[in-house]
Design a protein around this ligand. Structure first.
Ligand code: 6PG
Length: 248
């Protein structure tokens, strides 16, 4: 059984601080338990502020970052120096400012022309690393799209029904592109999952996912049900504005 925690911050700034504190708490607990902390970073724009805050004077000494290994929950099928690259965004805001060693950063080889090849390589990398830890990723950080997608699990796409693999190349018709993504199986094996969602534009998606009928093809974030982990929804007032507050 998993436990679900919903926390609402008054604004985007408070949400970022809430997320930074939880990130550090989970990191410390993981390092205490196993001597290391593995995290799969989210892409998009929302986490940018969180990454900058974690790399700031206020937080950069809160964790022994040399013990942290970074993965990516998903990646666009673009080179690492592309403006669309999730790796590039995290590298600029978090990894380079913290001086994270290259061997502790596992990006998708999204520059490879064949997305399936990139996914196969990530699958193999995940299997090796996690087998050696007899445990899953300690923290998967996720965003939420206005269409209730998360990572690159978009509505009505093949990756939603993938039950064996941890990493796939997912064709997204509406983007006319492949996206590289962890599968629901990989995400749900994590010890902790955090959804970080900000802004009124996401309120309808948040309500569908948290309070709506279970229709995961239409609302893929509903597939995130960690088997034995803890699920956190960190929202600001805008993103939470349509929720029935009496329910949490
Ligand atoms: C990506 C993300 C994606 C993102 C949502 C929300 O590659 O874009 O993995 O799932 O989290 O689309 O994006 P914003 O934070 O930009 O609203």
């Amino acid at each position: 059984m998993f436990s679900r925690n919903i926390k609402v911050a008054e604004n985007a700034g408070a949400l970022t601080s809430l997320a930074a504190n939880l990130f550090v708490d989970i990191g410390r607990e993981s390092i205490t338990m196993s001597g290391s902390f593995t995290v799969a970073l989210a892409g998009g724009s929302t986490p940018r502020q969180l990454y900058s805050l974690l790399a700031s004077e206020r937080y950069k000494r809160e964790l022994d970052w040399s013990l942290v290994t970074f993965f990516f929950g998903d990646e666009r099928h673009v080179p690492p120096d592309s403006e669309e690259s999730n790796y590039r965004m995290a590298n600029e805001t978090l990894l380079t400012p913290l001086g994270i060693a290259l061997e502790n950063v596992h990006r998708w080889r999204a520059e490879l022309p064949d997305g399936s090849d990139a996914a196969d390589r990530y699958q193999a990398k995940l299997e090796v690393l996690l087998a050696s830890r007899d445990r899953s990723i300690d923290l998967v950080l996720l965003g939420l799209g206005e269409d209730a997608h998360t990572a690159s699990l978009f509505p009505y796409t093949a990756a939603l029904s993938e039950t064996e693999r941890h990493a796939v190349a997912n064709w997204v018709e509406k983007l006319d592109a492949y996206r590289l993504t962890l599968t629901p199986r990989a995400i749900n094996a994590a010890r902790n999952v955090i959804f970080l969602v900000s802004g009124e534009a996401k309120a309808t998606a948040v309500k569908h996912v948290l309070e709506g009928e279970f229709r995961p093809d239409q609302f893929p974030a509903q597939l995130v049900i960690p088997q034995n982990g803890t699920l956190y929804w960190l929202l600001d007032e805008g993103a939470a504005s349509l929720l029935d507050r009496s329910k949490f």
